[in-house]
Ligand binder design. Sequence first.
Ligand code: NAD
Ligand code: DAU
Length: 350
Amino acid sequence: MKKILITGGAGFIGSHVVRLFVNQYPDYHVFNLDALTYAGNLENLKDVESKSNYTFVKGDITDEAFVNQLFATHTFDGVIHLAAESHVDRSILDPLAFVKTNVIGTVTLLNAAKNTWKGAMEGKRFYHVSTDEVYGSLGDSGLFTETTPYDPHSPYSASKAASDHFVRAYHDTYQLPVVLSNCSNNYGSHHFPEKLIPLAIHNMKNNKPVPVYGTGENVRDWLFVEDHARAIAVIFHQGKNGDTYNIGGFNEWKNIDLIHTLCKIMDRKLNRAEGETAKLITFVKDRAGHDLRYAIDATKLNKELGWSPSLQFEEGLEKTVDWYLANETWLANVTSGNYQQYYQVQYTQR
Ligand code: NAD
Ligand code: DAU
């Protein structure tokens, strides 16, 4: 049985990746390493926690002794690395936390893999999951390709860019078998309500103001999270050693148009009069260093490995809203306690 280490598996995307691997690859044993920060939640994995090919390991990827011991015990055939501090606004409030986990944590894992696999790299794979934000911001036209130069603007994207460089450096210097992907904005179930879509759904549901930064003209390219998880499985198994693959849905939306679409869905789902939910839209102070537009060219992944997105955006949004309306307890649990303090700082004290 192959042993696969997935880091950050209790988070939003990680939990979908863990679910996919545990269910679709019964001949793999999946180890989910997660520190359970505010963003990590074992409730995301209730449906797989008792499966015989799944083990949860609580631990911090920046803890060198712990990570080395874990690799020494299990060796691992593959690593899929998703653990990260992932929210741009939090990176503006506390950049060092992002350097620690995203840069030092990644290098700690790379070192452990290099030292454990030394002399026996054949068949091993270190997959680093990254973001399109490393490419910076686009103007009105053009798309990010795998050769677009890096130009990060936020502490989050700078830390992810640094981690990507380290992964490539370990490939070039130590011949570590790596593969990378850079994905656009994900949406779907189990998304922590600090990010635009789940935060908006939560506030719309509770008749609270829906904060839109600046004028809402910024553009993001949205991909259903289960399509990202499927792309990760394809790249993990078929991606070329040392290569990078961009992942995206060719699905660009201005924030304000996306919010109006969500408002219409919520009016219908909550039996409100047409236009009722849109009254909650509130323009607030812009994000510092706010990138104008992201858009991914995922042609390489489609042409070389045959992946394409499965869902239309409106269909994915409906599914997402349905999940949040059906999972009130999940939402109530993650929005109590520390979330309230974060919300206060981010939306009223900035
Ligand atoms: P998330 O914030 O929902 O989850 C991150 C997970 O990592 C949590 O479970 C958390 O507990 C864990 N974690 C954080 N610090 C840790 C540490 N020091 N040690 C061990 N575990 C730790 O993030 P997400 O949105 O699921 O993103 C996952 C990955 O995908 C990240 O690397 C992110 O950069 C990348 N990504 C995200 C998106 C997106 O739209 N969300 C798009 C492209 C790429
Ligand atoms: O592009 C991939 C990235 O997408 C990932 O690497 C990040 O981990 C992920 O968080 C996401 O980053 P964004 O900053 O694009 O996502 P966020 O949901 O925070 O914001 C989406 C857009 O909505 C962005 O233009 C900022 C805006 N926004 C966000 C929030 C939280 C608002 O207008 N109001 C808000 O309250």
